[in-house]
Design a protein around this ligand. Structure first.
Ligand code: 2IP
Ligand code: CA
Length: 375
């Protein structure tokens, strides 16, 4: 399955390129940032463009992976539905067609006949990036495609992607918000157990090329299956004390409990669920704690696989608080194969118990002990 990993790295780079094109090409950027509200919402313009950009990227990934691994086609899921209904009741299913012209024509039907924007977008979708070399030759992963499912988050931290603030990243430091928080997330899980086994993260806006050119991205990948644990990122070193990154919307009771545990200067905030788990992967924080049910399987699956490859993981916070063994056992790790049958739509796939992304079990234990009885 190393060829699946190579393919996911390639399609994630294609997705990153679409995300960059949507910001750098004026006709697309105008659509991206235009707030369509009230009666200026043109009847034919069925959805805000943000959703269309997400859907196009998700469908491109689904198309490319399904073409090479047809056994996975029915188990490639993502945040968005690809069905659009315009104001005239015409239902349009966004897919990637076999030629760029056909894709452009299809996109124009949901872009209010804007053929310029549709062609720019279609060209980016059909453009193949240069081959991405896998830095672990000879990697063999003993699992067949028919055993696997995929979760796609086409652009995580959508708000940061739209706002587009440019932050120069400082090595070793967490940067709370900006374009670098926007990530393409592709996670692979075992259909039988729901364990995350492979993840690819692409950060489309990692740095600007020094020659004044556009943005360049950075990718991260990991495989965790049985005794195979390989990650493109090095195992993070333990810092002094315990540092935790939170969502700015985290509950005060959680902030207070973790301030007592870590000290005020070790509590950090950042945007993007995927980005906060990436901060743990990179050792910029020891853990990410979330008590809200505001993340979904597509947010956590990919970075979860990388953390497992590094000896850490992502647990369901509420299950960890109830467990007797300090929160870290296979029964508390998030899984990705079973929906909440009683819910509808995206809620079926919510991480309803919140989560803790952690590097090692002793730090997880300290965090769950500090939160016991508080939630
Ligand atoms: C969002 C995104 C948000 C996050 C939210 C996720 O996914 O990662 O940033 O909120 O939980 O569901 P926060 O930034 O407070 O962590 P998306 O951007 O794909 O909707
Ligand atoms: Ca997301």
């Amino acid at each position: 399955m190393a060829d699946l990993l190579r393919l996911l790295l390639r399609v994630a780079e294609k997705a990153a390129n679409v995300a960059r094109v949507c910001r750098q090409e004026a006709p697309l950027f105008e659509l991206l940032v235009q707030e369509k509200t009230g009666d200026d919402k043109n009847k034919k313009f069925v959805q805000d463009f943000k959703t269309l950009a997400d859907v196009v990227i998700q469908e491109m990934i689904r198309h490319d992976v399904g073409a090479q691994f047809p056994e996975m086609a029915d188990f490639i899921q993502g945040e968005e539905s690809n069905k659009f209904e315009n104001g005239l009741g015409e239902s349009v299913t966004v897919t990637v067609c076999s030629t760029v012209e056909e894709t452009a024509t299809l996109l124009a039907t949901v872009l209010d006949g804007d053929h310029t924007a549709a062609s720019l977008l279609a060209r980016a979708i059909h453009q193949d990036p240069e081959t991405i070399e896998l830095s672990t030759d000879g990697l063999t992963i003993p699992v067949s495609p028919a055993e696997l499912g995929i979760w796609i988050d086409p652009i995580d931290a959508t708000s940061q992607y739209i706002e587009g603030r440019e932050e120069a990243l400082t090595e070793g430091h967490l940067s709370p918000s900006g374009l670098h928080c926007a990530l393409v997330l592709i996670g692979v899980y075992l259909r039988s157990t729901g364990e995350p086994v492979m993840g690819v993260i692409n950060q489309p806006f990692n740095h600007k090329s020094p020659t004044g050119g556009g943005w360049s991205g950075k990718h991260y990948w990991g495989v965790s299956l049985g005794n195979i644990n390989v990650c493109s990122a090095p195992r993070p070193k333990d810092g002094q004390g315990l540092s935790v990154v939170l969502s700015s919307s985290e509950k005060p009771v959680v902030k207070e409990a973790l301030t007592s545990l870590c000290g005020p200067d070790k509590l950090m905030y950042a945007s993007g669920a995927g980005y906060k788990i990436l901060c743990v992967i990179q050792g910029l924080a020891d853990a990410y704690v979330l008590s809200e049910r505001s993340t979904f399987k597509w947010d956590s699956c990919a970075p979860h696989a990388l953390l497992r490859a590094l000896g850490g993981g992502v647990v369901d916070l509420s299950k960890s608080l109830q467990s007797s063994c300090g929160g870290c056992d296979c029964k508390t790790e998030l899984t990705y194969h079973q929906p909440y049958a009683e819910c509808k739509g995206a809620e079926r796939w919510a991480n309803r118990g919140g989560l803790v992304a952690y590097k090692n079990s002793s730090q997880l234990h300290s965090i769950t002990e500090a939160l016991k009885g508080k939630l």
